[in-house]
Design a protein around this ligand. Structure first.
Ligand code: ADP
Ligand code: GLC
Length: 485
């Protein structure tokens, strides 16, 4: 039995702000339980719903470094043991993340607390699998501060990059202060970049926790094959392309899956009507009409309904959407947006909802039931991201028969097969150049196909629904990786 510990800042169903939580919550369940003992460690945020918090049991508490409280709580859910690192001072806010300055200290504490608690709770993993910058210091601590302790000897580490844009970056002086890591970690090409301005003091050097993980982990993975290539270039590497390029033999691009039980239009309790790959035409039509009623839109089953569920940030290509909104709204469409994030995008969608009532619906909130209704009722689904490590919303759309319209980048490129009118193949529409012009062009193609050749449109929906983007394939690649380690 291989013992693996996932360390992350989010996990479904406890806490979620994006796709990271979906992956951390679903991948452990996809590995065979008779071969793998996979456990998950996340912070014990107050934001975790009470129905879970009340069932947690405290299994240990201690003072880390003789000064900071660490509690370890446990809850077993769907056969997976989850541990929650408890500290009121750090995790009692209403949201999982604060600002970067505070988060550096909170997640440095979290990473060290995870390792410190393992001997005490008597779980010695063979492999620690860390996700994104919040757990990036785990491999660094393991190979420095904890190295002398026989308990930790031989534990291997893998670090998964879900988004290289967020690295846990500050100056070296501050990161040394919050982490207590030894001086050796702040030499060039460890946590700090090898390209440093040597005329400025060392403590002011730019320092990235994620760089530390890339240097100290045994293996690195990221969430699609295309993105694994992209991040080895200056344009996408966000300053880490040098180390990724050098360690490319240890870098695997493994496409994410989604939990096909969790995301299933046939059993989804949140949508208006359930449907499957046989009765989806009628099923989706009924969902659309019911949703239009709920949104106070005119009921019109032929309005080309476009969904957009996203964090509203610069990554997601919303500037392109802004530039085409007036043209888009001259067509017979509905655009249903759900998301939260940067003020400028929230305001932008509120503005268009005001300008085009009955056509544009701006839902500036986080709502899982609403997201599901959008997937179920949309004809098409927009993901024009500037970059996208994997992207799960296009996978969920395929599963729910909403045809994705995507920018050909990262995981979007690897999962959406462009429609080919000559031989009637493909599962979506994609554009290669990142411009509003190309986005509009592809939406137009989709719109006209929907209006003029509905049979072909429906066939495309069925092809998407029939594909398998569950963890069935990718979990085997993770197993291969774990066995090599
Ligand atoms: P990212 O992790 O970059 O945000 P992904 O496409 O990987 O993007 O994952 C986004 C996940 O978060 C999907 O499960 C999507 O349905 C969900 N999601 C995003 N925004 C919202 C929202 N406002 N309400 C509900 N679910 C959301
Ligand atoms: C990140 C990426 C997204 C990916 C998700 C899960 O948030 O932005 O593309 O799907 O992580 O890996």
């Amino acid at each position: 039995m291989k013992k693996i510990l996932f360390v992350a800042s989010e996990c479904v169903p406890f806490v979620k702000t994006g796709g990271l939580a979906d992956v951390v919550g679903s991948l452990p369940k996809a590995l065979p339980a008779d071969e793998y003992d996979i456990r998950v460690m996340i912070p014990n945020y107050h934001a975790i719903p009470f129905k879970y918090r009340e069932k947690m049991e405290t299994i240990y508490y201690f003072q880390m470094d003789d000064r900071i409280y660490v509690g370890v709580k446990r809850l077993v859910l769907d056969g997976i043991t989850c541990y929650f690192i408890d500290n009121e001072q750090y995790f009692s806010g209403l949201v999982p993340y604060y600002d970067m300055f505070q988060d550096l200290e909170r997640f440095a504490y979290f990473s060290k607390a995870c390792l410190s608690s393992l001997p005490l709770i008597n779980f010695r993993p063979d492999i620690i699998h860390c996700h994104d910058w919040q757990s990036a210091l785990v491999p660094v601590y393991l190979n420095t501060v904890f190295q002398g302790d026989p308990f930790f000897r031989g534990i291997r580490t893998v670090f998964t990059i879900h988004n290289i844009r967020f690295q846990g970056t500050w100056d070296a002086g501050h990161i040394k202060w919050v982490s207590g890591l030894p001086d050796e970690c702040f030499e060039p090409a460890r946590l700090v970049s090898p390209f440093q301005d040597t005329s400025i003091p060392r403590s002011s050097w730019n320092c990235s926790m994620m760089r530390g993980a890339l240097v100290y982990s045994d293996y690195i993975t990221t969430v699609s094959n295309s993105y694994s290539g992209e991040i080895q270039t200056t344009s996408f590497g966000d300053g880490l392309d040098d180390i990724l390029y050098c360690r490319h033999e240890r870098l695997w691009g493994i496409i994410n899956g989604i939990d096909y039980k969790e995301w299933d239009p046939e059993t989804d309790k949140q949508i208006f009507f359930n449907y499957n790959v046989k009765n989806y035409v009628q099923g989706k039509r009924e969902n659309k009409k019911a949703f239009q009623k709920e949104l106070n839109f005119p009921v019109n089953e032929n309005a080309f309904t476009i969904g957009l569920v996203s964090r509203l940030t610069g990554q997601k290509g919303l500037d392109l959407v802004d530039q085409i909104m007036d043209y888009l709204c001259s067509l017979d469409i509905n655009l249903i947006v759900l998301g939260t994030g940067e003020q400028r995008y929230e305001d932008m969608f509120r503005y268009y909802a005001g300008k085009y009532p009955g056509k544009v619906s701006a839902n500036i909130c986080y709502s899982d039931p609403m997201a599901r209704k959008i997937y179920a009722s949309a004809d098409a689904f927009l993901v024009p991201s500037a970059f996208e490590p994997c992207g799960l919303t296009q996978l969920i759309s395929l599963r729910y028969g909403a045809v994705p319209i995507v920018h050909e980048t990262g995981g979007l490129k690897d999962t959406v097969k462009p429609y080919n009118k000559d031989n009637n193949t493909g599962t979506g529409f994609s554009f290669a150049g990142y411009s509003s012009w190309e986005l509009m062009d592809r939406i137009k193609h989709a719109y006209y196909l929907y209006i003029t050749q509905r049979d072909r449109w429906e066939e495309m929906q069925a092809r998407g629904m029939a594909e398998d983007w569950s963890w069935a394939n990718s979990s085997k690649i993770y197993m291969d990786l774990y066995s090599r380690m």
